[in-house]
Each structure stands twice: as structure tokens, then as C-alpha cells.
Design a protein around this ligand. Sequence first.
Ligand code: C2E
Ligand code: CA
Ligand code: CA
Ligand code: CA
Length: 280
Amino acid sequence: AKNEGKGTIRFFDRLLDEKAQRRMALDSGMRKALETGGFELHYQPIVEIDSGEVTGLEALIRWKSNGESQRPADFIPVAEENSLIVEISEFVLESVCRDLENGAILRAFPKLESVCVNLSINLFRLAEFEERVVRLMRKRSVDPSWFTFELTEKVFIRDFRNISEKIDALRRRGIRFAIDDFGTGFASLTSLKRLPVDYIKIDKSFIRRVDEERDNAKIMETIVNLSDHFGFQVVAEGVETEGEFGFLKKISCRYAQGYFISEPGSIETFFNDGSKGGTD
Ligand code: C2E
Ligand code: CA
Ligand code: CA
Ligand code: CA
């Protein structure tokens, strides 16, 4: 028992070491992937519930390293600690522009209105962000109005004014905005009316068993009604079952995304059948 303390400290030292090492390995792996074309982009359809048409796609990054799929939830936070996130985000935006410009996306989804791209908060905060984005789209002759940028509620915690102004400037150029994972951050229902966005994407934890679970059902109904009032469109995320989808239709939720509709897949996997995604 006397040496227990020391052992524990050594144990935690080792854990920290492993964590730091894992971060460094991810970091150098991502640098290599950027150089060698190791990142890929997948798309997940967003369906307009009433018409059944795919009117949106969410771009999701994919990375295989040594034959193993790495999860964005593991490597994106590491990229966010330094400038890697800038290069990765530019890869994502460029890939979407390329797929729009060469007609691939519209061939697979003729009714498409918008492609959603996840934006890291510190990227969005960069002073030159607007200029870089606009330049990139112009280079590819892609109209900014094809894009919806997804931000989480966290972006509004500091500088609500400043962030809102940045969003408004981009919205004037035609880019739409969505709050991602709505309900998991600070935003309360009353703050909804202040958010300068076009869509709110309700986090999948509220969609889970929404057809059977009365709390989630009530929350979703309330959000859909309030959003109607404030002029947002609601996207339900992580819809996995027919029952969940049916409930969303019943309460007139506008859009749905999730495995029940389609998994994410490379654009090629959607060429023959717009309803089936793919490989992950
Ligand atoms: P997110 O933005 O909330 O993206 C939705 C996640 O839910 C994706 O995970 C998607 O594959 C997954 N998903 C879709 N339908 C279902 C469903 O029915 N059930 C369940 N359980 N999950 C579903 P993914 O691709 O692993 O991405 C995780 C997170 O990583 C994303 O969460 C986003 O925050 C981040 N991310 C992904 N791609 C990018 C990117 O290109 N840039 C940035 N900055 N972040 C990204
Ligand atoms: Ca998202
Ligand atoms: Ca989300
Ligand atoms: Ca998320």
C-alpha cells in the first residue's frame, strides 16, 4: 500500500504519454494524407420528407490510414489544434466544388438544392475566412448559393454580435447556415429567435425512438412549431427507423437525414440509385 501512490502516478504518466503519442501519430498521418490524397469525401442525402426528394447532401470526410478507417470524431479535434483544420477544410470545400462543377452531384441528385459542409469554429473565426471561401468558389465557378455551412451552437457562446455579423456577410453572398447538433449545446428555445440561420439540425439523441418516447416526441413537436414561427427549417438527424420517419412526417418536420434514408457514400455509389449509400 505504501507505493500505491507512485504506481498510480506512473500509470497516469503512461496514459498521458500514450495520448500525446496518439495525437502526434494522427497529426503526422493527416499531413501525409493531405500530401498523398489520403482523404476522401462522402455524402449523406438529406430528404425533403413531404416530397421524398433528396434536396440536400452533407459532406463528411473519410480517412483510411494503414487500411483502417479513422473516425472524424477522433482526428478532426486533433486537426483543430493547429492549422491542419484549414487545409482539411479547404480539401472538403474544393472536393464539393469539383463534384458540383463536373456535374457528378447533380447527375446523382437532380433535385439537389444545397450541399452542407461542417465548419470548425476556429476556422470560421479566422479573419480571412470569407475571402478564402469566396476565392475558392470563384476559382471553380461554383455559386456560393450551393452551400450550407453547419456550425454548432458553441460558436455563439462568445461574441454573439461578431459571429452574427460574419454569418450575415456570407448569407448576403447566398451561403446558407445551419445549427448542427441542436439541443446539445447552450442554445435554449428562447435563443432560437436570435440565431441568424436558415436551418436547425436536431441532434440524433432527440430523434431516437421519437415515435415511442414521449419526452422526445414533445421536444420535437415543440421545436418544429417554434421553428415554423421563427422561420427556420428543421432537419432531423440520425433517423434510423421507419417509425421515427413516420412520426417526423406526422408533425410536419421538413427534412430528415439518417441511416433509414441512406448511409453516407462516395458520390459514385449514388449514380445508379439515389436512395442507397454506401460503404461505411
Ligand atoms: P455531424 O456533423 O453531426 O455528422 C453526422 C454524423 O452522424 C456522421 O458521422 C454520420 O455518418 C453519422 N450518422 C448519419 N446518419 C446516422 C444515423 O442514422 N445514426 C447514427 N448513429 N449516426 C448517423 P461521422 O461522419 O463519423 O462524423 C462525425 C462528426 O465529425 C460529424 O458530426 C462532424 O462533427 C465531424 N465531421 C465530419 N466530417 C467533417 C468535415 O469535413 N469537417 C469538419 N470540420 N468536421 C467533420
Ligand atoms: Ca454536421
Ligand atoms: Ca450533427
Ligand atoms: Ca457533431
